[in-house]
Design a protein around this ligand. Structure first.
Ligand code: FES
Ligand SMILES: [Fe+2]
Length: 383
């Protein structure tokens, strides 16, 4: 069954490796177009994908646009809050003749198409279009706006993150993530206030970026001037085995306190605990008592990755600042520094796996979550 040399056969064999024998994925997995196509179709096409946070669209009519990958290219979505307060996600395309409806972010009472001014309500239903009185439906009856709504995607909200699924009948996300909810629920991160967002494109394979984010091994070395500036905190890191849908580890410095005193929901060690979590395929978060950093990682090619990321701050932390701007600038300086430290490493690996001149070697216990993510990829795509 596992005797073929294709990348999928190699992955099938890789999926059987116990953690004790962990290696990085077969190197072809980072450069193969066949592999990329399978990832987009089977992973991004079937699993839940984060598109935004509820805090990005706080008021009725607030919207943002987002992109997710499909086998035919990027799919553009509108995430919008309805008059009733619920959040809908629609394809960002007018059903009349395909114009893109919205750009960026903003607030609208109605969505009016920029091409011929068809007007949609916030629930996606079509209110009508001008000069259509003489038009008829395919069955000859008069043009009926109620037959032409925006295409809605299946949506679920988890801890303030808005997820969509492109699958026909996906397992509810809340069920898949129940174990992770037990860990992160106490942080009440849905209330964290967004302070910065950006979209970057790096020249590397998307999997190298997920692996890097979840790699607790490189912190003491790559991030010695940022996260590790006060010494090697690796000894405070606890690794936990991942599941089929997510993985995480925690860093908790004894006696540390990242929490503002007015925060009464985090107790004991949790007041200094940092959680690094991945929801497969490409959603990763660094959650702290004081702030949250999350990345939506999607492939643009085997050697190009789109990173849509945001930083949000715990509300009591923001309230407590005498100078909010300088506090945010301090957090952002740290994160920009961390990004600049990771950037050359993950781009360098992508260059070196193109014409590899090495045999893959064993991993450290601190790479447990890299193994978990690689097992997800190899189990799902291998045969
Ligand atoms: S394409 Fe939108 S109204 Fe014509
Ligand atoms: Fe890093």
């Amino acid at each position: 069954m596992f005797d073929d040399d294709s990348i999928f056969g190699q992955l099938g064999r890789h999926a059987t490796l116990p953690f004790a024998n962990a290696r990085m994925l077969p190197l072809e997995a980072y450069r193969s177009t066949e592999m990329l196509n399978a990832e987009i179709a089977d992973l991004f096409g079937n699993d839940w994908l984060c598109v935004a946070r509820t805090a990005d669209v706080p008021q009725a009519g607030d919207y943002i646009t987002a992109e997710i990958p499909t086998s035919t290219g990027q799919r553009s979505l509108i995430v919008i809050r309805s008059a009733l307060g619920d959040i809908n996600v629609f394809d960002n395309v007018c059903v009349h003749r395909g114009a893109e409806l919205l750009n960026g972010c903003g607030n609208e009472n109605r969505i009016t198409c920029p091409y011929h001014a068809w007007v949609y309500r916030l629930d996606g239903s079509l209110a009508g279009g001008p000069y259509m009185l003489d038009s008829v439906e395919a069955d000859g009856t008069p043009f009926d706006p109620s037959r032409h709504a925006l295409n809605a995607l299946r949506t679920e909200i988890w801890e303030g993150f808005i997820f969509v699924s492109q699958a026909d009948d996906p397992t509810p996300l809340g069920n898949r993530l129940s174990g992770l909810t037990e860990v992160v629920g106490r942080f009440e991160m849905d209330g964290y206030v967004p302070v910065h967002e950006a979209v970057d494109v790096w020249d590397t394979n998307w999997k190298l970026l997920v692996e890097n984010f979840m790699d607790a091994y490189h912190i003491f070395k790559v991030h010695k001037d940022s996260f590790g500036v006060n010494g090697d905190g690796t000894q405070y890191t606890t690794m936990y085995p991942g599941t089929a849908d997510w993985a995480h580890h925690r860093v908790a410095e004894p006696g540390g306190d990242l929490c503002h005193e007015s925060n009464t929901s985090l107790e004991g060690e949790w007041r200094s605990t940092i959680v690094l979590a991945a929801v497969f395929p490409g959603f990763v978060i660094q959650l702290q008592p004081d702030w949250l950093w999350f990345l939506r990682i999607t492939p643009l090619g085997t050697d190009r990755v789109r990173i849509a990321w945001q930083v949000a701050v715990a509300p009591e932390m923001l309230d407590a600042q005498a100078n909010v701007e300088s506090y945010i600038a301090e957090v952002m300086d740290l994160i920009h520094l961390v990004n600049s430290e990771d950037h050359p490493i993950v781009e360098g690996i992508r260059r070196r796996v193109q014409n590899p001149q090495f045999e893959r070697a064993p991993m450290s216990y601190l790479e447990r979550n890299v193994y978990d993510f690689d097992r997800y990829v190899s189990t799902r795509l291998g045969h």
